[in-house]
Design a protein around this ligand. Structure first.
Ligand SMILES: NC(=O)c1ccc[n+]([C@@H]2O[C@H](COP(=O)([O-])OP(=O)(O)OC[C@H]3O[C@@H](n4cnc5c(N)ncnc54)[C@H](O)[C@@H]3O)[C@@H](O)[C@H]2O)c1
Length: 291
């Protein structure tokens, strides 16, 4: 089956990036979110990011216009009956994702594939909450989607070979490089990355260094392009906390215990860049450390 139309549920940081790369690759895109404001914000972001690619000479102005024409938005999922592949990119919370699948599955064509962009949750367990575990797969994009080359492909226990081949082909058409990961908590990238970020938050919590010192140390001392706290803000602190909770519960090892300071930031609603405040305050001209 050739994929022509792709539905994306969730128009946050990841959903807008996924819609962007799919439209640029020529797929018709249906983008859905419960929040009308998020959909409007997503379209603005996509337009701005495509324009940046035009300015850099990566794509032509016609490509930008064509991609924008291929994207339609809706607060429901009514037009998802027409999609060949639906990609779920809602908040990293198992109950939220389950609710989305319950609403989404009856609307999909029986031949449609379903993918999740989860960063950490068991693909096998999410698949079991749908009516099509064999047509279900983990398609884990990296942030920012238009820039980052990697996609992790995660097969659940029931994922068919055909579904895996379909995901591989879509990844290739999007210009991404696929890496296979087994279905274990947080897969490969986040299994390695998130404990480092959590350790950076502990380093802050214990007063070993300030936000600025920790980020400078890792940028200049380990040659990381971004400091770990800046990266945490970029990912979203709620997402970071959810991933640590999945690692902690899924692997039952105290080394994955989420730092209490990370919990506190999430409780405050200081979720990082998307909330304009996290380990840095982004409301002014330049980011200012909040500790
Ligand atoms: N942030 C990252 O760096 C990153 C990287 C890879 C994967 N992911 C994963 O992508 C997913 C989304 O993350 P994000 O960073 O885009 O989060 P986000 O907070 O920016 O966006 C989540 C979106 O989901 C929407 N939403 C919530 N409940 C919904 C529902 N019932 N129906 C429709 N929409 C709903 C929200 O309105 C919001 O727009 C998560 O599973 C996350 O783990 C995130």
């Amino acid at each position: 089956m050739t994929i022509q139309r792709i539905g994306v549920v969730g128009a946050g940081q990841m959903g807008n990036g996924i819609a962007h790369v799919c439209a640029l690759a020529g797929y018709e895109v249906r983008l859905s979110d419960i929040s009308r404001a998020q959909l409007e914000h997503a379209l603005e972001t996509i337009e701005a990011n495509l324009s940046r690619q035009v300015a850099r000479g990566l794509i032509k102005d016609e490509d930008r216009e064509k991609a924008m024409r291929l994207i339609t938005t809706e607060t429901g999922m009514e037009s998802f009956k027409e999609v060949d592949l639906a990609i779920e990119a809602v908040t990293e919370d198992e109950q939220t994702k389950r609710k989305v699948f319950i609403e989404l599955c009856p609307k999909l064509n029986s031949t449609a594939y379903l993918a999740t962009n989860t960063s950490s949750i068991s693909v096998t367990r999410l698949a079991a909450a749908t009516d099509r575990p064999e047509r279900f797969i983990g398609l884990h994009f990296m942030n920012p989607v238009p820039v980052m080359k990697l996609v992790e492909l995660i097969r659940g226990i029931a994922t068919s070979e055909e579904t895996y081949q379909m995901a591989n082909e879509v990844a290739k058409k999007l210009g991404k490089v696929a890496a296979n990961s087994e279905d274990f908590p947080a897969f490969i990238v986040n299994r390695i990355l998130l404990p480092m970020i959590n350790e950076a938050v502990y380093t802050l919590y214990e007063g070993v260094g300030t936000v600025e010192a920790i980020d400078t140390a890792m940028r200049l001392g380990a040659n990381h392009p971004m400091g770990p706290l800046q990266l945490a803000d970029f990912i979203g602190l709620d997402t970071c906390l959810s991933i640590m909770q999945v690692l902690y519960e899924g692997l039952a090892d105290s080394k994955y215990r989420p730092c209490p300071l990370l919990v506190k930031y999430v409780e405050a609603g200081w979720l990082g860049r998307k909330a304009e405040r996290g380990f840095y305050d982004y409301r002014g001209e330049t980011p200012v450390p909040t500790r």
